[in-house]
Design a protein around this ligand. Structure first.
Ligand SMILES: [Fe+2]
Ligand SMILES: [Fe+2]
Length: 217
């Protein structure tokens, strides 16, 4: 794998940030789960206005979570010294781009919008990721595994909160959950350290702030 100068890396990070926030992310071209797995299921016009608003709130939270995941991985990969780990982070980030795109598509289908605070989530998560990347491989991977576990638990919670007939959102979240658990397993297999409980608690608290806000804004 070729190595990049700090300047190259800066430009690549700026490019990814802009693509994540306002542009078109680089995708893996997997099919959109809502069309693939929920083909022919209930159309959105069967939901009440209130239900649509609720589903959009949940999907906005998930989209913001993906913005944060993207920023975390970019930050982690920037400061990590280990090439193999950098490559794993790059692959995971690519799949997170699919998640980003799917949740955004779903929001558009529901006539809604992504979170106005996404630049804030991106900036904060990037800084946390860069810190995790700098403190060493095992912690870096531990941070990745914990993030993915928390996201997967969150997706499970959202699957329970979706209206029963929303097969399209369900298909998206199910595929995302599968991917996140795979990312966590990869991190553990590469030697992730178990994070100290206070760090996990802090991460949960921070994600609560984000999920509580992005549902509305
Ligand atoms: Fe994701
Ligand atoms: Fe993930």
């Amino acid at each position: 794998m070729r190595s990049y100068s700090p300047f190259d890396q800066l430009i690549m990070n700026a490019d990814t940030a802009l693509r994540t926030l306002v542009g078109q992310p680089v995708l893996t071209h997997r099919p959109y789960p809502a069309d693939e797995q929920a083909a022919g299921e209930t159309a959105d016009d069967s939901f009440s206005a209130e239900e649509k608003k609720h589903i959009a709130g949940l999907m906005r939270v998930n989209h913001s979570g993906e913005v944060s995941a993207q920023a975390l991985y970019q930050g982690q990969s920037l400061t990590s010294k280990n090439r193999d780990i950098k490559e794993k982070l790059r692959q995971a980030a690519l799949e997170e781009n699919d998640h980003l795109e799917w949740t955004k598509n779903r929001l558009l289908e529901l006539d809604s919008h992504t979170s106005l605070l996404n630049p804030l989530w991106y900036g904060g998560s990037f800084a946390i990721g860069a810190f995790a990347g700098a403190i060493g491989d095992r912690w870096n991977l531990g941070f990745l595994a914990e993030t993915e576990h928390q996201v997967a638990a969150h997706l499970e919670e959202h699957l329970n909160k979706l209206p029963g007939g929303d097969f399209r959102s369900r298909a998206i979240l199910e595929q995302m959950k599968t991917d996140e658990l795979k990312h966590a397993t990869t991190a553990i297999e590469h030697g992730a350290a178990e994070l100290p409980p206070p760090v996990k608690t802090l991460m949960t608290a921070m994600s609560k702030v984000m999920t509580g806000t992005a549902y509305y804004l």
